[in-house]
Design a protein around this ligand. Sequence first.
Ligand SMILES: [Zn+2]
Length: 290
Amino acid sequence: MIKSVTFSGLESGPRLLVLGAVHGNEKCGTVGILRIIAEIETGTIGIARGQVTFVPVANPDAFSIGKRFVERNLNRYLVPTNNPTCYEAKLGNILCPLLASADVLLDIHSYTVGGEAFIFVGPPNPRERAFAASLGPHTLLTGWGDAYAATGRKVKSADDEESTGTTEYARRFGAIAVTIECGQHDDVAAIEVAYTSIRNALRHLAMTTETEAITPSTVPRVVTVTQVIYRDSEGTFPKRWKHLDPVTKGEIMACQADGEPIRAPDEGFIILPHAECELQHEWFYFGVER
Ligand SMILES: [Zn+2]
């Protein structure tokens, strides 16, 4: 069972879908969504235009046990299936029609390593970038597809849906779609980031009765991922990297087990470092500001 709550304004407008806890251990979106629902129900916020649908907990069983997923990552292979063979595939059959009918998707997550909040955006799309820029966090991250393609490690066939998650599926039907990473899973500040992003989304889309100005949107920093670095040996980091730590050209980002350093090819950023990840998995990413 999945709970969804929809509010429809009397005037026509966009259909916004807001998802929480696609990963069951990422609860900031759920808390932020429930707070907004309560404010709408008590009249603090009015929905004047369009339709907003909230799914506070997209993966309920994972949420109840505090785990990322039950059988597999819900944010992969997210396409409808005729004979769903696992729990998350069944959830996908409920979520996909919601994603297909959305004009705008805000998918709210948190992340393990911690650091500032940021937003994943897709290939350049002015409407999507403007929406992302309105949400609050200052950094937009993009370029994953090209960076992975450059590794040559994941050869995709046409029917391989592994990389289809909420945003990819929604964009197929013309939606603008972003994933916001509000901070570390247990950071209470992430809840405020989540809540504020929903308020800002409603304002940016002019869906509420609020007359005050939209939160002044800053020009966000766009960081493009240019390299995926896999952990091919028991290597180490020279220091305890945080997400979006800056590095200078030539700076040692990591050392392989044989001592061979991996240096920054340019001035840029360490992205989503995972020091102790399993061998052959993504160790960290490198990106540049463009
Ligand atoms: Zn997540």
